[in-house]
Each structure stands twice: as structure tokens, then as C-alpha cells.
Design a protein. Structure first.
Length: 171
């Protein structure tokens, strides 16, 4: 087996795992879906050119998810957005929600699409996965402690209703 064939096979296996993880993230995180929708609506193709190791991966956004491939999709002569970065830079941008880390990535393309891709990458952090899983486990119920202003408004409304009610509980 040739070395290039082996490396392409290994790359395809890794891309399948990453693609599956992205699909799971898109199902669990509504904010990530909101960030991906404009890209999917336009059928955006993002070329990710990584250094160390030198790899080129294409991400095609569609309404069915994000397709990762080592080749440009058929019918496309060039990608919409090109990201040139070291592998560690991309990993840092994906694992954090930090805008500074995402801004450090070199991106070329139409400015609107570049901004949409940046929003997607910032929302893609592993923190969003953990938050999504915690919300699913807890049942999505998040109780916030009412502020003093909320409590005062509730007291005022309750007192007003009780004073002006025709049917009083206590004579």
C-alpha cells in the first residue's frame, strides 16, 4: 500500500469522526444551529489549510449538516472562505469561545461570509457541548434568583390586585 494512500485513508477516517461529532453538536446546541444556518442556506464551502501537519480539508455547509472532505466538492472551482492556520491555532479556536483566538486565524473570502464563519467557530467551542449536555440532563430548567426589583414589582402587583378585587378571600 502506498504511503499517500495510507495517509489519505487515515485522513478520511479522522474526518468521519469529526463530521459525526459536528452532527451531534448541531443536534444538541441550538445556538450552534443558528450560527450554521446562514452558512448552510448559502451552501458555503470553507477550505481549511492546516500547517503541521500539512493538510487541506473542505467543509461544505448544507441543511443536512457539515460535510468534511479532503477534496473540493464537485461543481465548485474554489471555496468561499479559506482559512490558513497552524493546527494548534484551529484547535484553540474550536475549544474556546474566545474571539481573540478566532480573530488570529487568517481568513480570506467575502467579508460577510468570513464573519459568519467566525461566529460559527466561536460558537463551536467544547464549552457549548458541555453546557448543552448539562441542560439536557437537568431538563432545560434553569431557575434564576429573582432580583429585589422583581420581588418589589410582584408585591406591588399582588397588593393592587387584592385591594381592587371584588371577590376578597378575607372579609
Amino acid at each position: 500500500m502506498k504511503r499517500s494512500t495510507l495517509s489519505h485513508s487515515f485522513l478520511n477516517i479522522i474526518l468521519v469522526f469529526i463530521e459525526s461529532a459536528l452532527t451531534l453538536l448541531l443536534r444538541l446546541d441550538p445556538e450552534l444551529r443558528k450560527a450554521a444556518y446562514p452558512l448552510a442556506k448559502q451552501g458555503t464551502v470553507v477550505a481549511l489549510r492546516l500547517y503541521l501537519p500539512h493538510v487541506e480539508v473542505f467543509a461544505t455547509f448544507s441543511t443536512k449538516g457539515v460535510l468534511l472532505d479532503a477534496q473540493l466538492p464537485i461543481g465548485r472551482s474554489e471555496p468561499d472562505v479559506v482559512i490558513n492556520a497552524y493546527s494548534i491555532q484551529v484547535i484553540n479556536a474550536i475549544t474556546t469561545h474566545d474571539s481573540e483566538t478566532t480573530e488570529k486565524l487568517q481568513m480570506r473570502g467575502e467579508s460577510i461570509q468570513v464573519q459568519l464563519v467566525k461566529q460559527f467557530i466561536m460558537q463551536l467551542g467544547l464549552g457549548s457541548l458541555i453546557q448543552g449536555l448539562i441542560k439536557k440532563i437537568k431538563g432545560g430548567k434553569t431557575k434564576t434568583k429573582p432580583t429585589e426589583a422583581d420581588l418589589e414589582e410582584k408585591r406591588t402587583t399582588t397588593n393592587f390586585v387584592l385591594k381592587n378585587s371584588k371577590h376578597r378571600l378575607i372579609p
